[in-house]
Design a protein around this ligand. Structure first.
Ligand SMILES: Cc1ncc(COP(=O)(O)O)c(C=O)c1O
Length: 378
């Protein structure tokens, strides 16, 4: 078999979820599992969290259906709501909680609820408190919530918003968003659902009454390096995905020889090159610069030459013990405990950890690990 595998540590996933609960003890934490649980496999992740998480969140009904089909029974939040009115029968009857961010959604839902007098739904009214992506203007929200609360088919109305800069210390935009949304929450006397991962960890004023941690569940530190809590969080979260492959060929090159497409790298000394089975056809980012780190049997080495579709090349001159079959960790924690964070790799690719994790393609087998004896619980 091709040696490339994404190992998924479900104990680490549970550990990270429990950290969200620890930082926001007064709130309930819905586990954000959209985009196939940020590339980790939504079904396995949902199954691993189902005894802990009172709700889970996905982007759309199709993602929710996949979880329901595999026995996930908790409320599933649709973070963008429904896209067409014909989704509504299933949304209403299937135990989903819908975000509402446009007037047509409110009208369509309230009309369709008349068909289902025995069903009552929870909705999250999304307020645009300043990010200017989805949501109603703050001054519209009061009337809308009143209308929803007065409807017999609505069981519970939550006030929701999303922050643009919760990862950044001392952000004036975050302060303004918090003022807007917390004032509205008090005025309307509604339960809130505001905090993504960085807010869950670093913004106490955002932790009403539900939090929505996503990327932190997968072990990614969501705070900017200059944030006061960055180093503390670095110690606490555990990587969930370890992307691992092996060296499949070794080339011994003289100084002055090119490596790979475009001859981007030209050796400046006699060089041993390890060819690794992993490329952009697996989702590894082709923008990885010269020097992007990998671990070879736990020791750091650097990418030399452009990433190709199924392979990448690593300078292993300083690692004479490395050869065909050596284990290469593209990110995560290897068997010896050495770690390379996906955030560090992302910085070499001019991107963020979210895109690397969600970008791992289906052709990469996911291998799930769960040790029942080491399983953390509340
Ligand atoms: C509406 C909403 N809530 C929560 C999250 C989770 O955010 P994070 O992964 O930063 O925790 C996202 C992710 O993009 C989102 O779009």
């Amino acid at each position: 078999m091709r040696p490339l595998t994404a190992h998924i540590d479900l104990n680490a996933l549970r550990h990270n979820y429990l950290q969200a609960r620890r930082y926001a003890p007064e709130a309930r934490a819905m586990a954000v599992l959209k985009a196939n649980a940020y590339g980790h496999g939504a079904i396995a992740c949902a199954q691993a969290l189902q005894d802990l998480a009172p709700a889970m969140a996905v982007a759309c009904l199709e993602e929710g259906q996949a979880l329901r089909a595999r026995g996930i029974e908790c409320p599933i939040v649709l973070l963008e709501g429904f896209f067409e009115a014909d989704e509504l029968d299933e949304v209403i009857t299937g135990g989903y909680w819908s975000v509402l961010h446009t007037h047509w959604q409110v009208d369509a839902l309230l009309t369709r609820l008349a068909r289902w007098p025995q069903h009552r739904m929870t909705v999250l009214v999304k307020c645009d408190s300043g990010m200017h992506r989805l949501g109603f203007a703050p001054e519209e929200v009061g009337d809308l919530c009143g209308r929803l609360q007065a409807h017999a088919g609505i069981e519970q109305t939550l006030l929701m918003t999303h922050f643009a800069t919760a990862d950044t210390p001392d952000s004036p935009l975050l302060t303004a968003q918090l003022e807007t949304i917390n004032a509205l929450r008090c005025l309307l006397d509604l339960p809130g659902c505001f905090a993504n991962s960085p807010a869950t960890l670093g913004v106490p004023a955002s932790r009403h009454d539900w939090v929505r941690p996503g990327v932190m569940l997968y072990g990614v530190n969501p705070l900017e390096p200059q944030h006061a809590l960055h180093d503390e969080i670095e110690q606490i979260l555990r990587p969930v995905m370890t992307l691992e492959s092996r060296i499949i060929a070794v080339r011994e090159l003289q100084s002055g020889e090119p490596i790979g497409y475009g001859a981007r790298h030209v050796t400046h000394r006699p060089t041993r090159v390890g060819v690794v089975a992993c490329g952009y056809g697996d989702g590894y980012d082709r923008h990885a610069r010269e020097g992007t780190p990998v671990l070879v049997e736990g020791k750091r080495a650097a990418i030399a030459g452009r990433v190709s579709m199924d392979m990448l090349t690593v300078d292993i001159t300083e690692l004479p013990e490395a050869g065909i079959g050596s284990r290469v960790t593209l990110w995560g924690r290897d068997a010896s405990g050495s770690e390379l964070s996906v955030s560090e790799v992302a910085s070499w690719c001019d991107t963020i950890a979210y895109t690397l994790l969600t970008g791992i393609l289906p052709r990469v087998p996911r291998c799930y690990h769960q040790d029942d004896d080491a399983r953390e619980s509340v």
